[in-house]
Design a protein around this ligand. Structure first.
Ligand code: SF4
Length: 371
């Protein structure tokens, strides 16, 4: 069992108020970063709370009863989120993913979804509005999420065996309720549905084939995610990573599989289809096959900090600008400067053994900025 790390430095306190450019230029929708990567995908964390305690994200030993979650007054309001989203869309964002913690714990989330679903790209197109959930509340909420304007959902499910899944979520939550949530989402038309399984060697890798068999032919795309060294509390070790190449090898022993090309630029998953037409799977290999080269994702934390990488150690406080009287042009200028200077490529650097952390610095926690 890997040793958990008790954080000394509260990463949420490490941030800077973004500078404003000397000249405020109108957004063109063509903003690129220092490595030429456009800004296309915005992940918005709407709460830092979760009702699960998955060891690879929110280990119970750290996020216990004494842990201080953010007070509601610190969270961005729906109006503030929507205001920022409009600015990001003007800079080129075409897809918004709502995350958390567990986003369905945020009350009245439908209202936010309605507000975001009204936003149009500079070309007048609707956004690709999606959400990642642990599925615990999905059966109850799927229909109203759809009615509010949500298009798709991604559900996290780390196994079908109750004992294994409950060991992963560490709160004794049953598989059946998550599966019921997936079925309700499908019935409500929140598809194409994706299911994400984090694979931890020696913990749930025996669930790879049962999960594949369960979702084959169902229309749901199952994605296997390599266990990642996100944050500073999950005690990550490389020997607990099962490389995607091994996952694929196990699947190909049972099924005839064929590679598929990426469906969109910046797609994180390597796609493989079942040769018999029973659907496809995805492999998300941040550890063994870094995909920083076309990473077009920005992340907004629950209380309005911009992070330009999942493994970042410092955020940029857009809320301070919002609540400090900044205009749309100010916000646009600040975001343009931050993205323009972005050169993050943590997974590539990890692969070459070059770490990016200075003394006392630690990576932001995933539950705080969304996966
Ligand atoms: S490590 Fe950072 S830059 Fe690389 S793909 Fe992930 S989020 Fe993007």
């Amino acid at each position: 069992m890997s040793d958990k790390v008790i954080p000394l430095l509260d990463q949420r306190r490490v941030h800077a108020v973004p500078a404003l450019p000397s000249q405020l230029l109108a957004p063109t929708g063509l903003l690129s970063d220092a490595l030429g990567r456009p800004l296309r995908d915005l992940r918005i964390s709407v709460t830092d709370r979760c009702n699960f305690r998955c060891g690879y994200c929110m280990p119970k030993q750290v996020f216990d009863k004494q842990y201080e979650f953010l007070p509601h007054s610190d969270l961005l309001s729906f109006e503030e989120i929507t205001r920022l989203a409009r600015v990001f869309v003007a800079h080129g964002v075409q897809k918004i993913r709502l995350t958390g913690g567990e986003p369905l714990l945020r009350r009245h989330l439908d209202a936010l979804i309605e507000m975001l679903s009204e936003i149009r790209t500079p070309e007048g197109l609707p956004l690709d509005l999606t959400l990642t959930t642990n599925g615990s509340l999905l059966a109850r909420k799927a229909a109203s999420l759809k009615a509010a304007g949500l298009q798709r959902v991604t559900v996290s499910l780390d196994g079908l065996d109750d004992a294994v899944f409950q060991r992963m979520n560490d709160v004794g939550f049953p598989v059946a309720d998550v599966v019921a949530g997936i079925e309700a989402a499908s019935k409500a038309g929140l598809g194409p549905i994706k299911v994400n399984m984090v694979v931890k060697r020696g913990v749930n890798d025996q669930e790879i084939l049962p999960m594949a068999r369960h979702f084959r032919g169902s229309g749901v795309t199952l994605r296997f995610i390599e266990y990642m060294d996100v944050g500073a509390t999950n005690g990550w070790r490389m020997d607990e990573v099962l490389p995607s190449s091994s996952v694929l090898a196990r699947l190909r022993e049972k099924f005839d599989m064929q590679p598929l090309s990426a469906s969109v630029a910046g797609e994180t998953a390597e796609r493989w289809s079942y040769a018999d037409g029973q659907g496809e799977i995805g492999l998300i290999s941040s550890v063994t096959q870094a995909f920083c080269g076309d990473c077009n994702r920005a992340r907004l934390s629950t209380e309005g900090k911009l992070y330009t990488c999942l493994f970042a150690h410092r955020g940029h406080d857009l809320r301070a600008l919002l609540r400090g009287g900044a205009s749309e042009a100010d916000l646009s200028g600040a975001i343009g400067l931050l993205w323009g200077a972005r050169a993050d490529r943590y997974s590539q650097l990890r692969a070459s053994g070059a770490t990016t952390l200075g003394d006392g610095e630690r990576r932001v926690e995933m539950h705080y900025i969304g996966g």
